[in-house]
Design a binder for this molecule. Sequence first.
Ligand code: ZN
Length: 271
Amino acid sequence: MEVSRRQALTAAAGVAVGAAGAVGAVRVKEHLDESTPLPFYGSPVSAIRPDRSPPSAAGASVVWSGPGDRRRVALTFDDGPHPDWTPRVLAALAAEDVPATFFCLGRNVRDHGELHRDSVGRHELANHTFDHPDLGRYDWSRCRDEIQRTTQLMEKTYGVAPTLFRPPYGHLGGAALLAATEAGLTSVLWSAQAREDLVAGRPDGIVDDIASQVRPGSIVLAHDTGSDDRLITIDRLPAIIRRLRDDGYAFATVSDLLATSSATATTPSHT
Ligand SMILES: [Zn+2]
């Protein structure tokens, strides 16, 4: 019965059916999921408040990179602050005189917030949720709770409220986008990243791999805590910075990188 149902569904969708193997099963599952309606309101992908009340913002801001007209790049570090590697990252940035943006977890600000006591005014501290859930599975109120708790704690801890938000895993559903936007936050993804999995066995390759992805305005994703393979990047941070400098890049926080775009956008076209 299960096979005939699969075949019927898959054939109805116009997909060639071979043996009822894993690939076919995955396709059928996708079709079954697609054919199940999500709730009109209140699901993770809904960008409308569940009670249909008006949103408090007129429009959202989502960025993957900054303007491409200058050779500037923003290094970003997610998931800290944590005693394991955050101090090493901060020391490397200080030694090279480079600003960066840290997308912090609320729970780590609560437990290790003092690690960034000297970062305010030098680096940018931003919101990466409290507990790092997959917001692609959270409705609006849970997204809002994750974001608000983190912003409130960061403001209390550092005296400055974050203006940027990065959704864990880059999973940005409508509910998360609405919640972040209503909290006054720009949602920041990335356009280049430390791909430690690609250079396993030849860790020095991380320098070339990052440099090969970077363009003017790139936002680079890295992590200042997490699994051990991320040490590939942490260990080579000075080499990565020097390589990008050799390629002609200057470094900026994400907000500074983006501020350039609004300045450029407001420049009269005749100048
Ligand atoms: Zn993360």
